[in-house]
Write a protein that binds this ligand. Structure first.
Ligand SMILES: Cc1cc2nc3c(=O)[nH]c(=O)nc-3n(C[C@H](O)[C@H](O)[C@H](O)COP(=O)(O)OP(=O)(O)OC[C@H]3O[C@@H](n4cnc5c(N)ncnc54)[C@H](O)[C@@H]3O)c2cc1C
Length: 412
């Protein structure tokens, strides 16, 4: 049995950053994960530190979009009828939260959090010796039709002005010159310039975990079986051992709801599944490229060009149905030399999304010493260090700088 001040459960970007933030504030932290750090959702993402994302990913509400989604025709969204019963209530709440008025309200918190994300990552990247994994300069969205380019340019310019985010417009020739990997002409592109890209997201989390250990923190690879309150705090049962601490942080991403359910917390998490696959032997991109019309996304990674998908609503243990990935690969092959697939089977994992799009970072309402830190949705890789600083400040000073992240708002 080991003694620590705080046990952090989950060593993805969110849990590892939490452990570092608490350690920096003088806490003796035990970080637990059943796998090495950064091997799950925090491995499989697009690796963007999305400083440009002033708003979270809302649910489309336009009738034309809903009709397109209903017919499952895009690369961005897929769904399975048998997954609807378990997700219906969360989807309804997500729909309500996506109204323009609610989204604007949520954006007041979200835009502040993403704006400081680079500043919160920067000292960790430097201390972890991970500068080689980071590329600054943003990402691009390319357009094949004048109409879509003009409409998106107007919307992007208004968004950039309202939230103070960096935007660059490229004509087709400039795009071709700056991204020679593209093999066919485009009308133009938008480049969100503030955002950083990581060439190996799992490796960055592993570097953060190594930093935590180098600074004296303890990381243990164990599967957590149960969490129970004790007279003095919390007891965590792992295979063949028990750990105790006065406080515990649940940062287990999409698995968090299951871990706190026995304590009486019914957490609605919308699991938005995403897929990726690497390709080698083609021409590497200089930066992430998204093709607007096909909604395909390709990101240059250490492992090759990574083709990613949008969201799929599937049952938790449903077998993979990577139809979006097949479409994205086919689309990407029309504009670049992708090469051949590295993996036999695509990777897939779940974005842990709260129905109101804001993560939880705060105290659980019915237990002392129980802190909830999950539900970062589409931007957990971006926001890990930021919401960790917010949470760690609250745990050590009692001041909650962002009350909108409180679990109490969802009755948790
Ligand atoms: C396709 C895709 C693209 C994305 N692109 C981006 C992007 O570009 N930028 C961005 O900011 N975000 C992106 N995201 C979202 C981002 O990846 C997630 O929000 C983030 O990784 C969540 O981190 P986490 O630490 O909460 O969860 P995870 O990384 O899943 O970590 C949770 C950890 O808990 C551990 N765990 C769970 N249960 C137990 C247990 N019982 N015992 C022990 N350990 C346990 C798991 O092993 C895991 O390591 C993307 C997601 C996907 C799927």
């Amino acid at each position: 049995m080991a003694q620590s001040d705080v046990i952090v459960l989950g060593a993805g970007m969110v849990g590892t950053s939490t452990a570092l933030a608490l350690q920096q504030r003088g806490r003796n932290v035990l970080l637990l994960d059943r796998r090495p750090a950064g091997r799950e959702t925090s491995y499989g993402n697009a690796g963007l530190i999305q400083i440009e994302a002033a708003l979270p990913m809302e649910m489309p509400r336009a009738l034309s979009e809903l009709w397109r989604i209903a017919r499952k025709q895009g690369n961005d969204i897929n769904w399975h009828l048998n997954a609807m019963p378990e997700h219906a209530s969360a989807l309804l709440r997500y729909w309500l939260a996506s109204s323009p008025a609610r989204l604007r309200e949520i954006g007041k918190t979200w835009s502040q959090l993403t704006w400081r994300a680079g500043d919160d990552h920067a000292p960790l990247i430097a201390a972890a010796g991970a500068d080689h994994l980071i590329r600054k300069g943003g990402f691009r969205i390319g357009f094949s039709t004048e109409a879509a380019f003009d409409r998106s340019t107007r919307e992007a310019q208004s968004f950039a002005a309202e939230y103070g985010r960096g935007l660059r417009l490229l004509d087709g020739d400039t795009l071709a010159a700056e991204e020679p990997a593209l093999t066919r002409p485009f009308v133009g592109a938008l480049q969100w310039t503030d955002t950083w890209a990581c060439r190996n997201p799992g490796a960055l989390v592993a570097a953060y975990a190594a930093l935590f250990e180098a600074r004296g923190g303890q990381f243990e690879m164990s599967e957590v079986k149960s969490i129970t309150p004790t007279a003095h705090g919390w007891s965590v049962q792992v295979d063949g051992a028990r750990h105790e601490a006065p406080e515990i942080v649940i940062a287990a991403g999409p698995w968090s709801a299951r871990l706190v359910a026995p304590l009486g917390y019914r957490v609605q998490i919308l699991r938005k599944r995403g897929y990726h696959r690497h390709f080698q032997g083609g021409t590497p991109l200089n930066m992430m490229f998204s093709h607007a019309e096909s909604r395909s996304v390709v990101v240059p990674m250490e492992q090759g060009n990574r083709v990613l998908t949008g969201a799929e609503i599937a049952r938790e243990n449903a077998p993979p149905t990577p139809v979006q990935l097949d479409r994205a690969e086919a689309a990407a092959r029309t504009y670049m030399n992708l090469g051949s697939a590295v993996e036999n089977m695509p990777w897939y994992g779940n974005r842990p999304c709260m129905p109101d799009m804001l993560p939880l970072a705060g105290k659980a309402s019915r237990h002392n010493g129980l802190w909830l830190h999950f539900g970062h949705g589409h931007q957990g890789f971006t926001l890990g260090p930021t919401t960790s600083a917010v949470l760690a400040d609250q745990m050590t000073t009692g001041v909650a700088a962002f009350p909108a992240l409180s679990p109490a708002r969802l009755g948790l």
